[in-house]
Design a protein around this ligand. Structure first.
Ligand code: AMP
Ligand code: ZN
Length: 150
């Protein structure tokens, strides 16, 4: 039988959008990718099941305008595969985090803010202000950013 994600094998109700699965082997922990999580908003946007104003798509990345923009340019860049946060994405170690950053720069170029400067933010965890548990880079630009952030 061909290997398929758990949730496609008759369902895995214990897997939630906040989950990251690690398997420990003799060589150390192995990150197991959760492809699509049924109750995840951004998995739904990546799959095209939930509408969004997409501006860029590749085989592994989707970028779309934030529904509640905090700057003239406010775009979210996500991997199609589900990772709860940037630490989980980094742990995957397959170059996908680099691709997210590369596409964030591509978004900045496409929206005309690359030369003037822009900000890339990964809100992480409760104190970091993360509200959607599917890793996303905020690309903010089109105005001078303040520091420190709120
Ligand atoms: P964070 O609070 O860092 O997890 O960022 C989540 C972001 O997702 C917020 O900036 C929201 O405005 C944005 N957001 C929530 N729902 C949608 C949606 N349906 N389409 C686009 N952006 C969304
Ligand atoms: Zn997701």
């Amino acid at each position: 039988m061909q290997a398929r994600p758990l949730h496609q094998r008759g369902g895995a109700p214990w897997v939630r959008s906040t989950d990251t699965i690690y398997v420990r082997s003799l060589d150390g922990p192995v990150h197991v990718k959760i492809g699509t999580v049924p109750d995840c908003l951004f998995c739904g946007i990546a799959a095209g099941d939930i509408p969004a104003r997409k501006i860029l798509e590749t085989d592994r990345i989707v970028a779309f305008h934030d529904i509640n923009p905090q700057a003239p340019v406010h775009v979210l860049v996500i991997p199609r595969s589900h990772y709860a946060d940037v630490a989980a994405l980094a742990a995957a170690g397959d170059g996908l985090l680099t691709e997210v950053i590369e596409q964030a720069h591509q978004v900045a170029t496409m929206t005309g803010v690359a030369d003037g400067g822009y900000r890339v933010v990964f809100n992480t965890g409760d104190d970091g202000g993360q509200t959607v548990q599917h890793v996303h880079a905020h690309v903010l630009g089109g105005r001078a950013m303040t520091w420190p952030p709120g």
